[in-house]
Design a protein. Structure first.
Length: 441
C-alpha cells in the first residue's frame, strides 16, 4: 500500500471511529446555531442559502416562484398543437418572477435561437477527445472550451463596474443556454450515431430543436423533451449542481466556469445517475423474474429480497419530500397519454403500487414514495433512447435553466463570496470538554 498511504488509512480509521462515538453521544448538541450531527452529515437541514427561483416543499414538491408543477402545466404556454409547457416559459418565470405570455415565450425562443451559434473550436475540442470518453466528460469539456466567448470575463478584465456584473452574467447565461442543446446533440450523434450530425431547425422551440438535433422527429418525443426540460430544471439551491454553480460563481467566476463546475457535480453517481440506476434495476428485476410484465406479487418478492440484501430500491425516497414527487406524477400522466400499453412503463406503475407499502413498514424510512428518477428512464427507453450514460447530459441541459437564472440573481443582488466556517474534530473534542470555544469568522 505504501508507507504514507498506510499511515493515512490508520489515521482515517481512527478518526472515523472517533466521529462515530462523538455523534452517538453528542450529536444533538448545538454548535453555534446547528446540531453537531448536521455539520458531520452533509449539512442536512441547515438553512444557509437563498434561492429565488424555486423552493422545495415537503408536501407540494418543487415550487417555481410559488407555482407547483401541475399549475405550471396548466398556465405556461405550449408549443403549437402541444400540451406540455415550454421550458423557455419556465426560464422566463424564474428570471422575471412573473408568468409569461405567449408573446413573451415566443420572444424568448427567438432570442435563444439567435444566440445558439457554437464556434467551430468547440466542436474541434470535442473531437479531440476519445470517442470512449463519457458523455458528461465531453459535455463539460465543451462548456469549458466555450468559455472563450464569455462577456463577463472580458468585461471584468477591462475593469467592469460592480453594478454592471449582472448584465454580462445575464448575457453569458443566455448564450450558454442557447448553445447547450447544439453541444449536447453533437456529443450524442458523435458517440452513438457514427458522427452523422443534424443541423438545427430554426422553426422549432428550444427543447423541440434539441430532440430534432439528436435525431428524434417523433412529436411525442419532442413533447417529452419539453416536459423533461421543465421538471428537471431546478430544485432549489442546496442540491450539488445548484450549490456548486452558486459557490463557484460567488468567486466571480463567469457563468461558463460556474456551470461547468456544477456539471462536474451533477456527474457524481449520487446526483445525476439515479434514473440510469432505476432502469438498470428494473431490467435486472425482469430478467430475474423472467417476464417483461411481472405481477405485483413477483415484484413484491423481488423488492423484499433487494431490501434483505441491504440494498435500496432505486427511485424511491427523498431527503425532503414526504409524498409522491409531483414530477413523477407528471411523467406518469404523460405515459398514460402517449404509451399506455408499453410493458416497461407499466412495470414502473406496478412498482409504484407495490413498493410504498413495503417501505412504509420499515420504521427508519421517512419517505416511501417515488421521486422523479423512478419514471424518466422508462419514457426515454420507449422512444428508443437507450444510451443510459447520456441521461445525465439531458439532466444537465435542463438544469442550466435553473442554476443560471439563480446565478443572474446572485450577481444582480450582489451576493458575496461564499465562505462558511469549518471546525476540526480536535477542536470539537476540546469544545465538548469545555477547553475551547467555537465561534464564527
Amino acid at each position: 500500500m505504501g508507507i504514507i498511504k498506510e499511515r493515512f488509512k490508520q489515521k482515517a480509521d481512527a478518526t472515523a471511529e472517533d466521529i462515530k462515538q462523538l455523534l452517538k453521544e453528542h450529536g444533538d448538541k448545538k454548535i453555534g446555531e446547528v446540531q453537531l450531527s448536521q455539520i458531520y452529515q452533509g449539512m442536512r437541514g441547515i438553512t444557509g442559502l437563498v434561492s429565488e427561483t424555486s423552493l422545495l416543499d415537503s408536501e407540494d414538491g418543487i415550487r417555481f416562484r410559488g407555482y407547483s408543477i401541475p399549475e405550471l402545466q396548466e398556465k405556461l404556454p405550449k408549443a403549437p398543437g402541444g400540451s406540455e409547457p415550454l421550458p423557455e416559459g419556465l426560464f422566463y418565470l424564474m428570471l422575471v418572477g412573473e408568468l409569461p405570455t405567449e408573446e413573451d415565450v415566443s420572444h424568448m425562443s427567438s432570442v435563444l435561437q439567435r444566440r445558439s451559434h457554437v464556434p467551430n473550436h468547440v466542436f474541434q475540442t470535442i473531437e479531440a477527445l476519445p470517442i470512449t470518453a463519457h458523455p458528461m466528460t465531453q459535455f463539460v469539456v465543451a462548456i469549458m472550451s466555450l468559455q472563450t466567448e464569455s462577456l463577463f470575463a472580458k468585461n471584468y478584465a477591462k475593469g467592469m463596474a460592480k453594478k454592471d456584473y449582472w448584465s454580462s452574467c445575464f448575457d453569458d447565461s443566455m448564450d450558454l443556454i442557447a448553445r447547450l442543446p447544439r453541444i449536447a446533440a453533437y456529443i450524442y450523434r458523435r458517440k452513438y450515431r457514427g458522427g452523422d450530425h443534424i443541423q438545427p431547425n430554426g422553426l422549432l422551440d428550444w427543447a423541440g430543436n434539441f430532440a430534432h438535433m439528436m435525431g428524434f422527429e417523433d412529436e411525442g418525443f419532442q413533447e417529452l423533451m419539453r416536459l423533461y426540460m421543465t421538471i428537471h430544471s431546478d430544485h432549489e439551491g442546496g442540491n450539488v449542481s445548484a450549490h456548486t454553480t452558486h459557490l463557484v460563481g460567488s468567486a466571480l467566476a463567469d457563468p461558463y466556469l460556474s456551470f461547468a463546475a456544477g456539471m462536474n457535480g451533477l456527474a457524481g453517481p449520487l446526483h445525476g445517475l439515479a434514473n440510469q440506476e432505476v432502469i438498470k434495476w428494473i431490467f435486472e428485476l425482469r430478467e430475474k423474474i423472467g417476464s417483461e410484465s411481472p405481477s405485483q406479487e413477483q415484484i413484491e418478492n423481488y423488492v423484499k429480497q433487494t431490501l434483505s440484501e441491504g440494498k435500496v430500491v432505486p427511485g424511491y425516497g427523498h431527503a425532503v419530500l414526504r409524498k409522491t414527487d409531483p414530477r413523477f406524477s407528471a411523467q406518469m400522466e404523460f405515459g398514460k397519454k402517449h404509451m399506455p400499453n408499453d410493458p416497461l412503463v407499466n412495470t414502473v406503475w406496478t412498482i409504484y403500487e407495490t413498493v410504498p407499502p413495503i417501505l412504509s413498514s420499515i420504521a427508519k424510512i421517512k419517505n416511501p414514495w417515488p421521486n422523479v428518477d423512478a419514471h424518466s428512464g422508462a419514457l426515454l427507453v420507449h422512444y428508443g433512447m437507450k444510451e443510459y450514460e447520456f441521461y445525465t447530459v439531458l439532466f444537465g441541459v435542463s438544469r442550466a435553466l435553473g442554476v443560471l437564472a439563480s446565478l443572474c440573481w446572485d450577481r444582480a443582488l450582489g451576493f458575496p463570496l461564499e465562505r462558511p466556517k469549518s471546525v476540526s474534530t480536535r477542536l470539537v473534542k476540546k469544545w465538548l470538554n469545555g477547553e475551547a470555544e467555537i465561534w464564527g469568522d
